[in-house]
Structure formats: C-alpha cells, structure tokens
Design a protein around this ligand. Sequence first.
Ligand code: NAD
Ligand code: USQ
Length: 404
Amino acid sequence: STSTSDGASKKTRVMVIGGDGYCGWATALHLSKKGYEVAIVDNLIRRLFDHQLGLDSLTPISSIHNRLRRWKSLTGKTIDLFIGDICDFEFLAETFKSFEPNAVVHFGEQRSAPYSMIDRSRAVFTQHNNVIGTLNVLFAIKEFQEECHLVKLGTMGEYGTPNIDIEEGYITITHNGRTDTLPYPKQASSFYHLSKVHDSNNIAFTCKAWGIRATDLNQGVVYGMRTDETEMHEELCNRFDYDGVFGTALNRFCVQAAVGHPLTVYGKGGQTRGYLDIRDTVQCVELAIANPANPSEFRVFNQFTEQFSVNELAALVTKAGMKLGLDVKTISVPNPRVEAEEHYYNAKHTKLIELGLKPHLLSDSLLDSILNFAIKYKDRVDQRQIMPSVSWKKIGVKPKTVTV
Ligand code: NAD
Ligand code: USQ
C-alpha cells in the first residue's frame, strides 16, 4: 500500500515519532497535507527539558492538542495522537497494533549535543533514550509490521570531519590488493552524536539479519522557521530554539542579531557543516517515504543542501542585519566543545537530489524573513540563555545544577 504519487499515497500510513518537535511537527503537517494518514507519537519530553533548564522557544507554541484541533478545523484532516515513551515497549507495541504504519519516521530522540555533555546522568539518558528507543522501533517493526519502512533521522555529525571527502554512508576501499564497499568511518564528537552512530549500527544489523527496510537520513543543521503548513495559523507555529543548549548555529545568530547580542562564534570559526532549510527537511522525508528502501536494504542519504563555516554564517547574518538597520557585532567565544576549528570538509549529497529534491538555498530573503521573525518576538528572548554553559572538558559525574 506504499506508493509514490500524491493520489495513491493516500493509503500510506505514516507514524511520526517525535512529531511535537521542531522537525517532526513541520513534517507531520506536510505529510498530512499531502494526503498521507498520519499519527504522531511523542512523550512531550522536549517541553519538559525546557521547563527543567528554564528555557523557552522564541515563538510561543500551542499544546499538541490545540495544534491538532486547529489543523483539523483548518483542513478537515485528522492526525492521530499517541502520547508516550517509545522506550516503553508495551506502549510502542500498542501504537503499532492500533495504527499499523506502512512507514515510521523516527525523530523522537534527545537531539542536543550540549545537553548530552551537561553531566553523567544526561549523557546516560541521551544514549539510553536514543539507542533503546530505536531498538524498540526495530523490534516493533519485526514483530507487528515487517513490511514497514523505517525512515530514521541520523546526523552528518556521525562522520566527523575527516581529511577526505565524505560519501553517502559507504566508501569503497582497496586494501592489500582487495576491494570492498564498507560503512564510512564514524568519528562522532559528543555523546549525542555517538548515540546516532550506535543507532546506525543497530539498524544496519537488523536490515541484514531480519530483512528490515530502512533509510538513515544523515541530516545537517536545520535552519528556518516557517513551512507552508505551520504558517497557516499562529496555533500551528513551530518551536524555534535560540538558547545555548538547544539552539543551533544559524538560528541562534539570527536571534542574536535581532536583540543586539554579538554573534557567538566558537573558537576560530572554521567549523564547517552541512545546512538545510526546514522546508527541505519536510521535502526530503516525504521523498524517502514515497521511494521506500527494499527489504534488507540499509540506505543512507546525506540530508543537507549547502556547506558553511561558522565564520561564513556570521558574515551572512551581519550583512543581512545591516540591510535591516541592525548593528551586528561578532565575538570569538572560547570553544566549549572539543572539535576541529579549521579543517577540510567536502560531503556528498546527491541521492536526495536524484529522488527529486528541489533545494531552498540560503538566500538574502530567507535571512531577512528569519531576522524579521526574531525581531517580532524579541521581547521573548532571555539574553541570559544565549552564551554557552556546557563544557565538553568539564563534564563530570556530579549532577549539574541550573544557576539562575
Ligand atoms: P526536538 O527536540 O525539537 O524534537 C524531538 C521530539 O522527540 C520532541 O518532541 C520529544 O518530546 C520527542 N522525544 C524524544 N524522546 C522521545 C521518546 N523516548 N519517546 C517519544 N518521544 C520522544 O528535535 P528536532 O530538532 O525536531 O530533531 C528531530 C530529529 O532530527 C532528531 O533525531 C535530531 O537528532 C535530528 N536532527 C535535527 C537537526 C536540527 O538541526 N534540529 C539536525 C540534524 C538531525
Ligand atoms: N557553533 C558556534 N556558535 C554557536 C553555536 C554553534 O560556533 O553559537 C558551532 C559549533 O561549535 C559547531 C557548529 O557551530 O561547530 C554547529 O553547532 P550546532 O549547535 O549548530 O549543531 P550541532 O551541535 O552539530 O547539532 C545540531 C542539532 C543536532 C544535529 C546536528 C547536525 O542539534 O540534532 O544532529 O546539528 S550536524 O551538525 O550535521 O551533526
């Protein structure tokens, strides 16, 4: 019952795990709009992290219940909701038996590298939550829904920053006269990024051993706020993180520029990563679902559209801010992370383009729109949350207290 065209895709049932989060919410709405039957599975723990750490989204976000009621009243479309923890196998098994998904998109993990480096208990939580959650999804597919295609959110950070080109998942190596195509070497640099490596290994093994069909989307850093669906109504508004724990590079710089905080370049600023617009996240996930992996296939796509160094992003935001009359400064913050600050970076990203991805490249008008959004909500910004507070080297076993 999975299929590629918009019309026939109406039968495809997609479970979106982590569908209350930044990428998951935008994707759930996009898939619902496209005619897929969608169910969101989420334990809302991300909203709890915000409370625990004293953080908040730049944008006010409605409860998941109000979000789904608003979606129904605007479009007539129902999105099913299962509130629970995928680490609880009984819960996950019931959602599988009740919803019978043809595809599962798995966004439901603790996704912040700094959060995973706060203290021992957060490091352990991150790896437990992410690795056990994904294992449970694999067991649920095997037991209840063996044709179901797993679309798993991984990260470009699994590869690290090697001094050779990064391939999409696999590299062909000739060694002592023999040649093989092997998983691309992994060099993750936080307990969070490592959890994704562990997931990839578990998924690859179960594809081989059980015949699971899976796509690992090694996503780069996501930026942007609006998608066609989230901008339909303020109650559908997406979250937007700018704090030092959950905020990501470009989104943070736009908020910093809007409130007159200097842009926080860590160390030398040569750290280069793949980036993509959230409108391309939703497009990529739909393409992966519409073109499923074969049984036993462990498919890996590098999901980003352009590469930038942190210094390049700071320069782009400075220029866009000046056009809006903002006085944008940059400071070099001692790097709280352990990472290469000047390095070679050239990562392949052709497989999603081959499936039909039409990228939204970073443009002046997009920067302008994020900056204007940040200006609109600037009274909600807590400037004390901007500087980084988590150090890769100082992590210890003692529970870290949140100082106010
Ligand atoms: P997010 O924190 O906004 O959303 C994650 C959602 O998953 C939250 O709503 C949370 O409550 C839920 N969740 C976490 N653990 C769960 C569990 N055990 N059971 C049920 N629900 C659970 O994160 P995001 O930015 O939307 O990222 C989504 C995925 O995409 C993550 O896997 C992340 O690693 C990946 N990713 C994100 C980015 C980015 O820049 N945001 C970049 C690359 C990859
Ligand atoms: N950085 C700065 N200043 C800042 C914030 C970040 O210089 O204010 C630097 C970091 O040191 C790093 C780079 O920018 O070198 C990216 O950092 P980030 O916080 O934007 O992204 P990262 O920690 O890598 O994590 C984010 C998401 C994660 C996802 C990952 C994709 O939170 O879920 O997996 O992006 S990737 O980077 O490709 O691994």
